[in-house]
Design a protein around this ligand. Structure first.
Ligand code: PLP
Length: 361
C-alpha cells in the first residue's frame, strides 16, 4: 500500500543533491584547501579556533556521523534510520517539502496540538485537514478517516500531545498506519516523561512510520537546536538529500556528544521532573480556583482555572510566565504550566494562592 517512490514529489526523487567539499573528501587529516575556510583560525578566539576540540574555522561534518553512531547505540538501531536536524522543527518542514505538492496536497493534524505542523504546511502552501481529538483528547477515528483524501500525504500524531499532555492510543495509530498510503509522523518530543515505551519499538515493522524526538526537552538542550527523525532508510535518505548541507553546527554536535556520554544523568532528571509533576498536580488540584488538572505524560500540566485570562495576566505581573491556552479548541479556560524546579513550583503556588485571596476578599 505504501510506496516511497510514488509518495515523494517527482522533482525530489530526481534531485541531484548539493555535494559539499566534505562529501568529496571525507578523511580528517590533510591540508584542507577545498572549502574556502579560514586556515588561520577564528580571529579573537584563543588557541586558533579550538574550544573543547571544536575547530570553529572548519565546516562541521554534514552527515553528523559520530553523533548518529552514538544515538544509534543508545536507541539500538542502525545509523541509517536516523536523520538529525536543526531542531525537530526542521524535520517537520523537510517532510512537508519532500512529500506535499503546494496547492495540491494536504497534511492532517489532530487539534488541539502543536502549532508548527500547520505553520510549516502554510509556509509551503500545503493544505491542512483536521481531525479534532475527542473530549478525552484521544483520536476520533471516524473523524480521522473523514479527513483523509487522495491528496493526504502526512498525518501528524503528537504523543504525548502538546498542549493536552496525554499519550495517544498506540493501537489506533498503528491500525491507521496499516491502511494509510502516506507517512504517519509521531512526534514524541515528550516521550521521556511518559509511562509507556516509544513507537521506535515497531519502527522496523511499519515502513511508513516516522518518529520525531528532540534534545530540547528531557535532554535539556533547547538552545542548541537538535532534533531527530527516525524512519526506514528510504525516508531518511530523502530527508538527507534535501537538507541544508551543514544543518547541525559543530558546537551542537560536540555538546550533544558530551551530554550523550551521561544518559543516566538525563534519566535521573527525568525522574525528578516526573516526581515534581505529580506533586505540583496534587497541590494545584487543591486550590479552589483550579477546576481541573488533566493527567500528564509530559513535563507540563494542562490546568483549567476560573478566569484563566486574569490568572494568566496576574502571574505575568508577578514574573511567573505560563502559557495561555484558554482560547484553544477543547482547552477553554486552560493554562499550560511547565513543571519547574521545586522552588519555582512553590512560587507559582504561592502566587496563585495570593491571587485567590485577593479575589475572594
Ligand atoms: C517542544 C516540541 C518540539 C521540539 O521542537 P525542537 O524544534 O526540537 O525544539 C517538537 N514537537 C513538540 C510537540 C514540542 O512541544
Amino acid at each position: 500500500m505504501f510506496d516511497i517512490n510514488t509518495l515523494v514529489l517527482p522533482h525530489i526523487l530526481t534531485l541531484k543533491p548539493y555535494s559539499s567539499a566534505r562529501d568529496e573528501y571525507a578523511g580528517d587529516t590533510g591540508i584542507f584547501l577545498d572549502a574556502n575556510e579560514n586556515a588561520y583560525g577564528t580571529p579573537g578566539v584563543a588557541t586558533p579556533g579550538v574550544v573543547a576540540s571544536v575547530a570553529f574555522h572548519r565546516y562541521p561534518d554534514p552527515h553528523q556521523q559520530q553523533l548518529k553512531q552514538r544515538i544509534a547505540e543508545i536507541k539500538q538501531m542502525a545509523p541509517d534510520h536516523i536523520f538529525l536536524g536543526n531542531g525537530s522543527d526542521e524535520a517537520i518542514d523537510l517532510l512537508i517539502r519532500a512529500f506535499c505538492a503546494p496547492h495540491t496536497d494536504n497534511i492532517i493534524t489532530l487539534p488541539p496540538t502543536y502549532g508548527m505542523y500547520e505553520v510549516a504546511a502554510s509556509i509551503n502552501q500545503v493544505g491542512v485537514h483536521t481531525a479534532t481529538l475527542m473530549q478525552d483528547f484521544q483520536i476520533a477515528e471516524d473523524q480521522l478517516m473523514q479527513a483523509v483524501d487522495a491528496q493526504s500525504k502526512l498525518v501528524f500524531f503528537c504523543s504525548p500531545n502538546n498542549p493536552t499532555g496525554n499519550i495517544l492510543s498506540r493501537d489506533t495509530i498503528l491500525r491507521f498506519a496499516r491502511q494509510f498510503s502516506g507517512l504517519v509522523v509521531v512526534d514524541e518530543a515528550y516521550i521521556d516523561f511518559a509511562g509507556v515505551p516509544s513507537l521506535l519499538e515497531v519502527l522496523s515493522d511499519v515502513p511508513n512510520l516516522v518518529v520525531l524526538q528532540t534534545f530540547s526537552k528531557a535532554w535539556g538542550m533547547a538552545a542548541l537546536r537538535l532534533g531527530m527523525a527516525f524512519a526506514s532508510p528510504p525516508v531518511i535518505q530523502i530527508l538527507n538529500k534535501i537538507k541544508p548541507p551543514y544543518n547541525v553546527n559543530a558546537l551542537t554536535q560536540q555538546k550533544a556528544m558530551e551530554v550523550l556520554a551521561h544518559p543516566n544523568q538525563k534519566e535521573k532528571i527525568v525522574q525528578e521532573i516526573i516526581a515534581q509533576r505529580e506533586k505540583l498536580a496534587e497541590a494545584l488540584s487543591e486550590l479552589p480556583l483550579v477546576e481541573k488538572v488533566y493527567p500528564s505524560d509530559a513535563n507540563f500540566l494542562l490546568v483549567r482555572v476560573r478566569d484563566a485570562y486574569q490568572v494568566f495576566n496576574t502571574l505575568i505581573r508577578e514574573k511567573v510566565i505560563v502559557r495561555d491556552r484558554s482560547s484553544v479548541l477543547l482547552c477553554e479556560g486552560c493554562l499550560r504550566i511547565t513543571v519547574g524546579t521545586p522552588e519555582e513550583n512553590q512560587t507559582l503556588l504561592e502566587k496563585l494562592k495570593a491571587f485567590q485571596g485577593a479575589f475572594s476578599a
